[in-house]
Design a protein around this ligand. Structure first.
Ligand SMILES: *Cc1c(COP(=O)(O)O)cnc(C)c1O
Length: 470
């Protein structure tokens, strides 16, 4: 596969360069593949659907062709995914796609593990370590730390905003040892991201160290996230008629979004032939993306803190990839967008639990509320001319091509559940009066010592620390 860049379409490079460099420091742009090859329809139409790992292999293959031989790719996929994505029906037309069965209980395990293994593969003949810098608003850091821990030749520094992530997330981040460490930054996620971005464009640092990124700007995290969209849409396509009694329902993926990496992966899966009719970009009060869809004006802004803190992003990096794939008009046809405040999030967790028995986390809850509103009345209201004011929680005023089918109850929803609810015990407790039970792999980290390193949000001290400690 040939890769290009979001800011200069004449750039040509390979997968290895895109993975190792993370972003194109010459242009400041993000790497994207030149094309999204369609999977064979005989593969997509298999009944029953192919296994998650078979789908992962077939989808990854064109993007690494000529750089990773099939046998090595197969080994990477098997090593990445000893766990699976699970499709759980919670009512006749609603599926939860559980993406928390990996080691850190967040969907980011899917991308981070593939990234670690492909980086390590490309680094196997190098003599100096590759230094990974990663800014996290929550789950990125632990997924990356866990995926890279003890991988030879790779070294990881994680930056997270002090006091702005859950206690359990902080515990997961601050207890790594060996080749992985966490800096606890006095500031916001955007500060962390700025420090990392500035380091990547710093000539002096680049001369000293081989630097790479690991947040969702790295293409090797984005591509593998497309696997579970393909997998779940094929599972749902094969069972939805029986579950819902609807003839060939439209499949709508509802994606709780922050930096929009996950949603971009969904777009890739759809380009490759996943039977997904449309997407819902669900956000919290960080409404940069829904505001853009509603007004046509993209205004990045400082992030605000919410209960769904892994989505507290005011300036989503992957906006750049989405707009390099589609025009605003195309986005308005393909997407609905919905935002929800904290009070609504609590109510959504409670409502989902009362009506279905399912305990959903604060991120997934925004997706649940978006889907539930849309299928009940919000889409038909929109089609009848009611436009929700953008400063009020709810749907953006654009009318997606599939809106009528949702209003006519000819659609089913797949809600991406991006984290295990036990990671947000306090919020869940507030909503339903009890916490969800905690998986053993999460419980274990609670007794480990805190090894995080305090850091201010100013670039010169960060740089000095890197020079003295890497
Ligand atoms: C990272 C994260 C998100 C947001 O994903 P993006 O790819 O940044 O849009 C949503 N939910 C959880 C739990 C996350 O960790």
């Amino acid at each position: 596969m040939i890769y290009t860049d979001t800011r200069n379409k004449s750039v040509r490079t390979d997968f290895r360069t895109a993975v190792i460099n993370g972003m194109n420091e010459q242009t400041g742009g993000l790497y994207i593949p030149l094309s999204y090859p369609k999977l064979d329809s005989s593969f997509i139409n298999k009944i029953p659907e192919p296994s998650f790992r078979d789908i992962a292999f077939e989808m990854a293959k064109p993007y690494v062709e000529g750089e990773i031989p099939d046998d090595d790719l197969q080994a990477i996929i098997i090593d990445c995914y000893p766990f699976n994505a699970q499709v759980v029906p919670i009512d006749q037309v609603t599926y939860i796609l559980e993406l928390f069965h990996g080691p850190t209980c967040a969907f980011k395990d899917f991308g981070a593990r593939f990234m670690a293994r492909t980086m390590s593969y490309f680094n196997r003949n190098e003599t100096t370590p590759l230094h990974i810098l990663v800014a996290t608003s929550g789950d990125t850091g632990s997924a990356v730390g866990s995926a890279f821990h003890n991988v030879p030749g790779l070294d990881v520094t994680i930056l997270y905003p002090k006091g702005k992530i859950s206690k359990l997330q902080e515990k997961q981040l601050s207890t790594f040892t060996g080749n992985v460490r966490a800096l606890c930054v006095e500031g916001t996620f955007d500060d962390c991201q700025r420090l990392v971005k500035t380091a990547f464009t710093d000539e002096e640092l680049r001369r000293k160290f081989r630097l790479s990124s690991a947040n969702s700007i790295n293409i090797s995290r984005l591509l593998p996230q497309s696997f579970y969209y393909m997998y779940s849409s094929l599972v749902v396509k094969n069972r939805a008629q029986t579950d819902s009694k609807i003839d060939s329902p439209d499949i709508i993926c509802v994606v709780p979004s922050g930096n929009f990496g996950n949603l971009t992966s969904g777009l890739i899966a759809r380009e490759m032939g996943a039977p997904i009719k449309g997407f819902v970009a669900a956000t919290n009060a960080n409404r940069t993306f829904p505001d853009w869809i509603a007004t046509g004006e993209y205004k990045a802004r400082p992030s605000v803190q919410t209960y769904s803190n892994a989505m507290d992003v005011g300036s989503p990096s992957n906006y750049e990839r989405i707009t390099s794939m589609y025009s605003l008009e195309q986005v308005r046809e393909l997407f609905a967008s919905y935002w929800l405040d904290d009070e609504g999030t609590i109510q959504a967790i409670r409502d989902c639990n009362t009506r279905t028995g399912y305990i959903i986390d604060p991120h997934g809850a925004i997706g649940w509320k978006a889907w539930d509103d849309m299928r009940k009345s919000a889409m038909s209201n929109l089609l009848n001319g009611f436009k929700n004011p953008i400063d009020q929680p709810g749907l953006t005023p654009n009318i997606p091509s599939w809106a009528q089918n949702v209003a006519d109850k000819k659609a089913v929803g797949i809600i991406l559940e991006t984290a295990h609810p036990a990671k947000f015990g306090e919020v869940v407790q507030t909503a339903i009066g009890r916490e969800s039970s905690i998986p053993h792999r999460l419980e274990k980290v609670l007794s480990l010592p805190d090894l995080s390193i305090p850091m201010t949000n100013d670039y010169s001290s960060f740089k000095e620390w890197l020079i003295n400690n890497l």
